[in-house]
Design a protein around this ligand. Structure first.
Ligand SMILES: NC(=O)c1ccc[n+]([C@@H]2O[C@H](COP(=O)([O-])OP(=O)(O)OC[C@H]3O[C@@H](n4cnc5c(N)ncnc54)[C@H](OP(=O)(O)O)[C@@H]3O)[C@@H](O)[C@H]2O)c1
Length: 282
């Protein structure tokens, strides 16, 4: 039997989605405009197609409008940029997201920067990245804010605790580290060049692992009573694994997220929350 309390990401995500649903029901009762998320997909990559479908389904389930913009793989960068401009100017569209990765002939950075920072549901625009770094009000990226929400929901104190983030990507590791620091955690960021990661993880009260290598964090690398948040998604022989070895880590940790069913469900829930923020309802 694992010693750790298993953090139920599905339940917390359902709670967040329900909060969004209740807000939308209130708007409907007041005959107000319904929030709308535009979801752009270029090409027919199977994984991206599923992600887009799931995001639109989540919108429908909470009563939010979604506007699918499905473009062929050969769409030019200019055509995509002008579609984004149109959506930026559309008063009925609150949030815009472009499903990544884009086809190679399109510059993702250029596209990310073309989205109005005020409609930036994924919070990847440099203005939102900068504002959040400065601790000013801004959109926050979905997966990292989902991580923080899970810690909060389970009453895991961040302030004054040793936090280790493994991974330093722009979409997960760096923003998670910033958010933990903003909550007064003492934060160490490890990455592929870090020597002897367990030297850091053994002292950590909270470990967030976002690497993309199955079972890289093992029970012998962590201290008794810590919290392990596993962002990793690794598909091996059709089965999903996180970045931590769940069995050995759950024997020592106080709190741990499973994969699937931990951080994963939070990402779309926080996307809905960001769209409500763009609408002005939060
Ligand atoms: N749950 C969700 O909704 C969600 C959302 C996003 C991502 N993910 C998953 O989270 C994982 C990470 O995603 P990402 O986009 O952040 O990945 P990424 O951009 O590939 O970044 C991986 C990071 O891990 C570091 N790393 C690689 N090997 C390492 C090692 N052996 N030891 C320590 N650090 C190592 C890399 O270091 P360097 O910087 O030195 O190369 C890099 O900073 C993936 O499995 C992804 O599928 C899940």
């Amino acid at each position: 039997m694992p010693k750790a309390t298993i953090i139920d990401g599905k339940a917390v995500a359902a709670k967040v989605r329900n909060e969004v649903k209740e807000r939308i029901e209130l708007l409907k009762a007041q005959n107000k405009r319904i929030p709308c998320l535009a979801v752009l997909l270029v090409g027919d990559d199977p994984a991206s197609t599923i992600y887009v479908r799931n995001k639109m389904k989540a919108c429908t389930e909470v009563g939010m409008l979604s506007l699918p913009v499905i473009l062929p793989a050969e769409t030019s960068e200019d055509a995509l940029l002008s579609k984004i401009k149109e959506l930026n100017e559309d008063p009925n569209v609150d949030g815009i997201l472009v499903q990544l990765p884009l086809p190679r002939h399109i510059d993702s950075q250029k596209v990310t920067k073309a989205i109005s920072p005020a409609k930036d549901a994924d919070a990847f625009h440099p203005i939102n990245v900068g504002l959040s770094r400065l601790g000013e009000p801004s959109f926050l990226p979905c997966t990292p804010s989902g991580v923080i929400r899970l810690l909060d929901e389970y009453g895991v104190e961040i302030s004054g605790r040793n936090c280790v983030v493994i991974g330093r990507s722009n979409i997960v590791g760096k923003p998670v580290a910033d958010m933990l620091l903003a909550r007064n955690g003492t934060v160490t960021v490890c990455h592929s060049k870090t020597q002897n990661i367990s030297e850091y993880t053994k002292n950590a009260d909270i470990i967030v692992v976002a690497v993309g290598k199955a079972k890289m964090l093992t029970g012998d690398m962590i201290k008794e009573g810590c919290t392990v948040i596993d962002v990793g998604i690794n598909r091996i022989d059709g089965k999903l694994y996180g970045d931590c070895d769940f069995i050995s880590c759950a024997e020592k940790a106080s709190f741990i997220t499973p994969v699937p069913g931990g951080v994963g469900p939070m990402t779309i829930a926080m996307l809905l929350e960001n769209t409500m923020r763009a609408y002005g309802s939060i």
